[in-house]
Design a protein. Structure first.
Length: 295
C-alpha cells in the first residue's frame, strides 16, 4: 500500500509531469524549451567542496565533503530527464547525501537533445569515467544514475566490460531506461497507473536523442547489449513505473550472463521514487547510502 504522501504526489505528478509527455505536441514543446540552470544550488556549494572542469567540451562537477583528505571512495552519477531535461535539485540532494557518506561524487553533465545526441554522450562519459578511475581505484567506485542517466550508466559499463577494464564495485540505478523502443507488451498494463511517464511523449524524446539511429541499438537500449563481465547491479523501481517490464527483462538477461542483479520493487511507487520526498523514497535512500558506507 503506497503512503499517503506517495498518493498525493502521484496526483500532482499527473498534472505537472505526465501532462508534459501526454501528446506529441506537448513533448516537442518540452524538448524545444530552454534548459534549466544545471549548476549546483548555492547551499550545496557552500556546504561541500565543489569544483568544475570541462571534458570534451562538457561540464563535470565534483562534489567532495568539506574538510579532511580527498575521499578514496567515489560515485559517478548520471542524472535523468528523458534525455532533454537538466539535472534538478532532487538529484543534487541525493548527490549531497552521497558525499555525506565520505564519497567523492562525479557529476558529468552530458549534452541534451535537441542540441545534442547520444553519439556525443558516450565518448564524453567514457573520458570522464577514465579520469575518475585514474585517481580512485575502480573497486572503490559506484556507477549510479536514474532514468535516462541510468541507461547511459548501463551502456557505459558494457563498454568498459568489452574493453576488459576493471569495473566498479557496483551499479546503483533508479528506474534506468534500458530499452528505448518502449514496445514491451507489459507496458500497456502499467501505463494508466504511472503518474509520471507517457510512452507517446517518451518516443519523441528518444527520437530527438537518437538523432536518426535505431532506438534498439544497444547504445540506446543496453538491454540488448552484452552483459557478461558487467558490474553487480542494484535497481530500484516502483510498480507504478512503466519501465518495470523492461527492467524485469534486464534482470533475466543479466542473470543468464552471470551478472548479479538485485531488482528492488516498491509497491505503488512512481518513477525514480528514491529521489522523491516521501516515506518510500526515504527508505530507499537509506538503503542506498548504507551500501555506499560498505564500499
Amino acid at each position: 500500500m503506497p503512503s499517503v504522501t506517495m498518493h498525493a504526489l502521484s496526483l500532482l505528478f499527473r498534472v505537472t509531469r505526465k501532462r508534459q509527455l501526454s501528446t506529441v505536441e506537448r513533448a516537442r514543446k518540452r524538448i524545444a524549451a530552454p534548459k534549466d540552470d544545471s549548476a549546483p544550488p548555492a547551499p550545496l556549494r557552500h556546504r561541500y567542496r565543489v569544483t568544475q572542469r570541462r571534458v570534451a567540451g562538457f561540464p563535470v562537477y565534483t562534489v567532495r565533503p568539506s574538510g579532511g583528505p580527498d575521499p578514496r571512495r567515489a560515485v559517478f552519477y548520471l542524472h535523468g530527464g528523458a534525455y532533454v531535461s537538466s539535472i534538478t535539485p532532487w538529484h543534487w540532494r541525493l548527490i549531497a547525501l552521497m558525499a555525506d557518506q565520505g564519497c567523492r561524487v562525479e557529476v558529468p553533465l552530458y549534452g541534451l537533445a535537441p542540441g545534442h545526441t547520444h553519439r556525443e554522450a558516450h565518448p564524453f562519459l567514457d573520458r570522464a569515467w577514465a579520469d575518475l578511475v585514474a585517481d580512485v581505484p575502480a573497486s572503490r567506485t559506484v556507477l549510479a544514475g536514474d532514468s535516462a542517466g541510468g541507461g547511459l550508466a548501463v551502456a557505459l559499463d558494457q563498454r568498459r566490460a568489452a574493453r576488459g577494464q576493471e569495473g566498479p564495485a557496483r551499479m546503483i540505478l533508479l528506474a534506468p531506461c534500458v530499452e528505448a523502443t518502449l514496445t514491451d507488451p507489459g507496458i500497456a498494463g502499467i501505463e494508466p497507473h504511472d503518474p509520471w511517464l507517457a510512452t507517446i511523449g517518451l518516443h519523441e524524446c528518444v527520437r530527438a536523442w537518437a538523432g536518426g539511429d535505431d532506438p534498439a541499438d544497444p547504445r540506446l537500449s543496453p538491454l540488448y547489449g552484452a552483459h557478461e563481465g558487467t558490474a553487480p547491479m542494484d535497481v530500484y523501481v516502483g510498480t507504478h513505473d512503466l519501465l518495470l517490464p523492461d527492467l524485469r527483462r534486464l534482470r533475466e538477461r543479466r542473470l543468464a550472463a552471470g551478472a548479479r542483479t538485485d531488482l528492488i520493487t516498491c509497491p505503488g511507487a512512481c518513477h525514480v521514487y528514491p529521489l522523491v520526498p516521501c516515506p518510500e523514497g526515504r527508505r530507499a535512500r537509506m538503503r542506498i547510502l548504507a551500501s555506499l558506507r560498505r564500499l
